[in-house]
Design a protein around this ligand. Structure first.
Ligand SMILES: Nc1ncnc2c1ncn2[C@@H]1O[C@H](COP(=O)(O)OP(=O)(O)O)[C@@H](O)[C@H]1O
Ligand SMILES: [Mg+2]
Length: 464
């Protein structure tokens, strides 16, 4: 409780984190008695009918993240930076869905004519979808709270919606919460699938109300780097499915194109002009996103050791894990990177969160530090422990299969138990790694180094 306007929280020091809440008219009283309550009638586990029916959206990458399609009576929040492609994705989805079920796209940001023009640009003219421009939740309830409500409704965006019982402006926490509450209850009552667009602020929150995430059944984030065409749809909450799946898209002039094989996309622009050229500090990580193997390039640049505190910058990976890998390399591998500037980048805009990327990051750092390229036809994965041991990671076989499919010939991978080695992919030559010392001796030996004619580091001139 603050008696006056405050810009900064006294407790944690964060700016603009305080929101105004109107006072309740009457103080809450304890219920005290059961009088007036209705008895709840519990049902047995087996008395409940089959799973809620799912409606596939016709966009496989979206269905995968939803856990198999849209569930009737569910609310899905699609969050993301402005301009990332949320409206585009949902317009494409309802136009595809419109073939089978009545769909309504309500925009509080754009006029109907603007949406129509967007649909035309996306090649979706003639789709069976209804459009409306509205922002007053009372109007939306009046339109939709009836038996013949459409099966799928998009609200773009929740920050533009308002309920007329509150004085605050649209986009404020109170309005967003009240509007979303009304719309989610409507979705449950009428069994319609509700898709809410939510803009994310610079600090990564869906405009203030984290509370929105609790109100909906599914929370999807649409991520991407403005400098790249890739867009990644990630489930962070899903009451109807797994949350570790991603959908990969490419933004084009004709809208979002699905990318069924992300590895090809992420490796398409490998440094120094693609395959066949080895560059120190570049390693291909065989990662896993949900159930899907994804190969990405991990790049490291180790600068000179300078006095003062070294600079460390990470894009696409966890800075704390980088610090840990560096500490292990220094302490267990004797690699003198403690005082060096270090930059680590996961190419293509993907954010990697797996511990399995440890070994790839370590290999990239050591490769850059020593000026020794890792062979371009090798993939790397494995988790590194504090004592320098390299541990097995899940789904080795899946990672190797993807690597073989994309033409890789070797893998630098954790040592496996004897019984597991038999079934390993014969298409790949596997270098077993049990510790960071193994990694160092491997990189220092000729085994994974490219042909002797190659110059380490930047390929400036060819050797005579
Ligand atoms: N006329 C256009 N031609 C090509 N691409 C466009 C055009 N208009 C918008 N885009 C693309 O669509 C993106 C905007 O997507 P949009 O779905 O409106 O984002 P959001 O709803 O997340 O704010 C832009 O960043 C741009 O890449
Ligand atoms: Mg939009």
């Amino acid at each position: 409780m603050a008696p006056r306007w405050a810009g900064r929280c006294d407790a944690c020091g964060a700016w603009n984190s305080i929101v105004e809440e109107p006072e309740e008219a009457a103080p809450p009283r304890a219920i005290g008695t059961a009088a007036g309550g209705r008895r709840i009638a519990p049902v047995g586990l087996d008395e409940i009918g089959p799973d809620a029916p799912r409606r596939t959206t016709g966009i496989a990458e979206l269905d995968r993240v939803l856990g198999g399609g849209l569930v009737a009576g569910s609310a899905v929040l699609v969050g993301g930076d402005p301009g990332i492609g949320k409206s585009t994705l949902l317009l494409q989805a309802v136009c595809a869905l419109g073939q089978e079920a009545p769909c309504l796209y309500i925009s509080g940001e754009e006029a109907v004519e603007q949406i129509r023009m967007r649909a035309a640009r996306l090649g979706l003219s003639g789709s069976a979808v209804e459009l409306a421009a509205a922002a007053d939740v009372r109007d939306i309830l009046a339109t939709l709270d009836r038996a013949d409500a459409p099966a799928v409704v998009v609200i773009d965006s929740i920050q533009t919606m308002f309920v007329d019982t509150l004085d605050s402006a649209p986009g404020t926490v109170a309005q967003v919460r009240a509007s979303a509450g009304e719309l989610v209850r409507l979705a449950k009552r009428r069994g319609l699938a509700l898709l809410l667009v939510g803009h994310v602020t610079k600090d990564g929150m869906i405009a203030g109300p984290r509370v929105l995430e609790h109100m909906v059944d599914v929370v999807l984030y649409f991520e991407g780097d403005r400098g790249h065409h890739f867009r990644i749809l990630r489930a962070v909450k899903n009451r109807y499915g797994a949350t570790d799946e991603i959908g990969v898209f490419e933004m084009t002039g004709q809208g979002l194109r699905q990318v069924p094989n992300p590895s090809e996309l992420f490796l398409a622009n490998r440094s120094a002009g693609g395959r066949g050229e080895d560059v120190a500090g570049s390693v291909v990580f065989a990662g896993l996103e949900g159930t899907r193997p994804v190969l990405v390039e991990v790049q490291a640049l180790v600068g000179a050791t300078a006095p003062g505190s070294p600079r460390r910058a990470v894009v696409g990976w966890d800075a704390n894990r980088l610090a840990m890998v560096l500490a292990v390399l220094v302490a267990r591998g004797g690699i003198a990177v403690g005082g060096s500037d270090i930059f680590l980048n996961v190419a293509g805009g993907l954010k990697v969160s797996e511990p399995a990327a440890d070994l790839a990051a370590a290999a990239a750092i050591v490769s850059s530090k020593l000026g020794v390229p890792v062979a371009h036809d090798a993939v790397v994965f494995g988790e590194i422990g504090l004592s320098g041991e390299v541990r097995p990671v899940p789904q080795t076989e899946l990672r190797l299969k993807e690597a073989a499919k994309l033409g890789f010939a070797r893998a630098i991978a954790p040592r496996r138990k004897r019984d597991g080695a038999a079934g390993l992919n014969p298409a790949l030559q596997i270098s077993d790694i049990a510790s960071v010392e193994d990694l160092l001796s491997l990189l220092e030996s000729s085994d994974v180094r490219p042909r002797a004619s190659h110059r380490p580091g930047r390929n400036t001139a060819a050797l005579p």
